[in-house]
Every structure is written in C-alpha cells, then in structure tokens.
Design a protein around this ligand. Structure first.
Ligand code: FMN
Length: 337
C-alpha cells in the first residue's frame, strides 16, 4: 500500500542547519506533535499522550517570556524524563525577554518554540502571537534572541498570515529560517479566521517547498484519515494536532502506527475513554490539589463523554460536581450504561 505519510517520514535529526551552526534537532522520528493549547496541554495531558506515543513531539502551552525571564517556575514548566522530545513554547515580543526566557528553559527544553500564531485579541494587541506576522523583522529578531539564549534548537509556530490579503507565510517562514529557526509548524488559517472555516492544507505545501527545515501542518486533523489527507495535500513532514486529541490522547499513536504500518487501530472504546478520564482526573488532583484539580478537569468532560447517550445531562452533572467520589461514580455509571 502506498502511504503518503511514509514518503514524508523524516528523521528530524537528519536535517541539520550547518549554515547557521545551530545544533541539530533531537533524534526523533516524530510524525505527529501535540499542538500547544493554553490551559489544556499541561504536564498531565503531555504525560498521558506520552504513555500512548513514545515518539510524538510534545509541546507545552505558551508561557509568557516575561514570566520566564523572572525565572518564575510555574506548574507549566514541569516535565518527566520520558517527555523528550518536548518543546517549550514561549510568547512575547521583546528580544531581551525572549533571550532570557530561552536561557531559563535551556536545561528543561529539547526545543524552544516561539508563538507567532495566537489570534486572541488580548495577545495581538500586545504585539505578541500572530501580530508578529505583521512585523517580520521583529519576529526574526526574536528568533535570533532565542538562539542567543540557548543552544537548543529554536522553532516557530505561525499562521498563513494576518488576513486573507496578507498571506505572507512563505516569506515569513523563510525569514524565520534565515534567522535560525530549525523547525516550523504552520496552522492553515489566517488570524482573521481565528478558528472558523477549514484549515487550508494545500497552501501549507508552498511553505514546505520553500524552506529547508521540517514543517508540520496544523489545523483540523482529527483522525487517521484527516492526518493522511493533510500530509498528502501539504507534503508536510508531520501533523500537529490540538483539538482532535481532546478526549482521545491515543490519536497520536494511532496515526503514527498507521503511517508506519498501514494498520488502522480502532479509537478507544467508551470504557477506555472513561478510564483515561479517571486517570486524567487523578493526576490533575495530584498536581494541583483536590479542589483545583477537580475544577481543572471540567473542561475535558465533554470530549471524553462525547457520543454517550444523554451526554448533555451528564456533562451538566459532571461540571457542577465538587465531590471526587461522586464524579467517579458518575463516570462508572457511564460505563455501565
Ligand atoms: C484552547 C486552545 C488553546 C490554544 N493555545 C495555544 C497556545 O498556547 N499556543 C499556540 O501556538 N497555539 C495555541 N492554540 C492553537 C492550536 O495550537 C492549534 O494551532 C489550533 O487549535 C488548530 O489546530 P487543531 O485544529 O488541531 O486544534 C490553542 C488552541 C485552542 C483551541
């Protein structure tokens, strides 16, 4: 069987930036990455994803360079030894803070990623995130600053452009590469689109064909079929998955397994999903304490229980429940049906 994903399979370690003298990317055969999601891709979720997929690239949610420059360690920076390859994503627009943040993260990170794609008003008003696509010189300075602060590879994540009339992603990507970026993730939407419409995977090919560094395609990959289609259309080296992994942290492993062997593993059963949910809950409580952990997990319930009969009613019960035992009882009742 012809698998397009296999054609794209690269050892990221093979791609070196001799030109810039930067260190090579860590040795990995990653075909998938966990896309950064604020308030979602925390230590616990990264840990759960890693249990299923030994190879996927993990990413933290974005961490403010201002916070990191003050060396304020938060729960966000926590990692285990087996989390490698792990990218820490930083946000900001001040080169000296990005440099300090990269220096601070150097010991923990395998890759330092700079957020140049966040579309949120509060972020772009502060010149961070996708606003950097309108200031490519500054964005390049940030890449150079990060490279100055760390001997770890530096990567960038961005969108097609700020608006449909400003789709500068090819020149932007080339500029970031010239500044020292060794890996990039492209979300196939503009900032103006936010999360509406469909990610344009075919456009991502233009970036892939015009830079030398590995490119991961991002946006709307939710299953094995969409991952394969995205790789076919984009020609990318891998796919970055965010929302599609919510409620199913096995997705990375299932996609990788398919691309490597041609075998489609089934998605987790309801019972397996509920078991993962209970692990998620227990580990958030261990990380954050009983109250905060229980509250933190509320945003995940709709995904873990999607497709269950009476899901809306159950969700309403779960998100208002303050008692751990009652949450677990509700979960167990879902399995019994
Ligand atoms: C709740 C949420 C939080 C996000 N936080 C970040 C972030 O911290 N950094 C970032 O680069 N992108 C962030 N994103 C964007 C995702 O990484 C990804 O680009 C986007 O969701 C499209 O991919 P998907 O369709 O696979 O979800 C976030 C998206 C969501 C839904």
């Amino acid at each position: 069987m012809q698998l397009n994903g296999l054609n794209n399979k690269v050892s990221l370690a093979r791609i070196k930036r001799a030109r810039s003298g930067r260190p090579s990317l860590p040795s990995t055969h990653a075909l998938c990455s966990l896309a950064p999601m604020a308030g979602i891709t925390d230590y616990v979720l990264r840990r759960i994803v890693r249990r299923f997929s030994p190879n996927c690239l993990l990413t933290t949610e974005m961490i403010s360079s201002e916070l990191l420059a003050q060396r304020v360690d938060t729960v966000i920076t926590r990692r285990d030894d087996d989390h490698s390859v792990l990218a820490y994503q930083i946000s900001g627009h001040k080169p000296h803070l990005i440099e300090a943040a990269a220096r601070h993260l150097s010991e923990m990170a395998d890759i330092i990623d700079i957020n140049m794609g966040c579309p949120v008003n509060k972020v772009v008003r502060g010149q961070d995130g996708c606003a950097l696509m309108r200031t490519p010189e500054l964005a390049a300075d940030l890449v150079r600053a990060a490279c100055a602060g760390t001997d770890k590879p530096v990567s960038v994540k961005f969108r097609l452009g700020y608006t449909a009339d400003e789709m500068n992603f090819v020149e932007f990507g080339q500029k970031m590469q010239d500044a020292g970026a060794q890996f990039m993730t492209l979300h196939g939407r503009t900032r103006a689109q936010m999360y509406a419409g469909k990610a344009d995977w075919a456009l991502i090919r233009r970036l892939k064909e015009n830079v030398d560094v590995p490119v991961f395609a991002n946006g709307d990959v939710t299953d094995i079929e969409s991952a394969q289609r995205c790789l076919e259309l984009s020609g990318a080296d891998g796919v970055a998955i965010g929302r599609g992994a919510l409620g199913d942290p096995t997705l990375f492993h299932r996609i990788e397994h398919y691309l490597n062997t041609g075998e489609k593993l089934p998605p987790p059963t309801l019972q397996e999903r509920i078991e993962i949910l209970k692990t998620h809950l227990d580990e958030e409580i261990a990380l954050r304490g009983a109250d905060a952990g229980l509250k933190f997990v509320r945003k995940f319930y709709p995904y873990y229980i999607s497709g269950v009969p009476n899901a809306a009613k159950l969700r309403a019960q779960l998100v208002t429940e303050d008692d751990y035992d009652r949450v677990v009882n509700l979960c167990n009742r879902i399995i019994i049906g």
